[in-house]
Write a protein that binds this ligand. Structure first.
Ligand code: SF4
Ligand code: SF4
Length: 145
């Protein structure tokens, strides 16, 4: 997406002062953690069963309100405030309603998020959806995957 240099939805992110990076702990799959560790050698991850989180108060990768691992951050961050959800066995794009930038979501962003998720295996997508449910984040249906 053009202009997405720092967080998820640049214009709004700058205005909102990186709220999500200071309040929510992203879900990180093992392969995402491996990639980040390979490039940064800074292990801020906390293991939770078969996945990780980045404890976030604020996120240690946030530097001067900008994500310092933009290109390799987990999909949970890249897609935010969109995410993946499962309903009755089907996968959909869901949305976190506590992001103040919802009005900035456009077709290009949605398309990019779908492309990102579809680079993950079905098993990984189902796992991410399950973890979102488990974390009890507030999200609702937004689009077909
Ligand atoms: S809460 Fe929304 S607008 Fe604020 S930094 Fe996160 S994605 Fe951007
Ligand atoms: S990894 Fe980057 S985008 Fe994700 S919470 Fe941390 S600073 Fe924010």
């Amino acid at each position: 997406m053009e202009n997405r240099k720092t967080l998820s939805i640049l214009n709004s992110c700058l205005k909102c002062n990186s709220k999500c990076c200071k309040s929510e702990s992203p879900i990180v799959l093992e392969k995402e953690r491996d990639l980040i560790l390979k490039q940064t050698e800074k292990d801020y991850f906390k293991r939770e069963e078969n996945y990780y989180i980045i404890p976030n108060d604020p996120c240690p990768y946030l530097k001067n309100n900008i994500c310092s691992i933009e290109d390799i951050k987990p999909i949970d961050c890249k897609a935010y405030p969109l995410t993946i959800i499962e309903k009755e066995g089907n996968l959909f794009i869901g949305i976190y309603e506590n992001c103040p930038g919802l009005s900035y979501i456009n077709d290009n962003f949605l398309k990019e998020v779908k492309t990102l998720f579809n680079k993950y295996s079905l098993e990984e997508k189902k796992m991410l959806a399950k973890l979102n449910f488990k974390q009890n984040y507030s999200h609702k249906f937004f689009s077909e995957l």
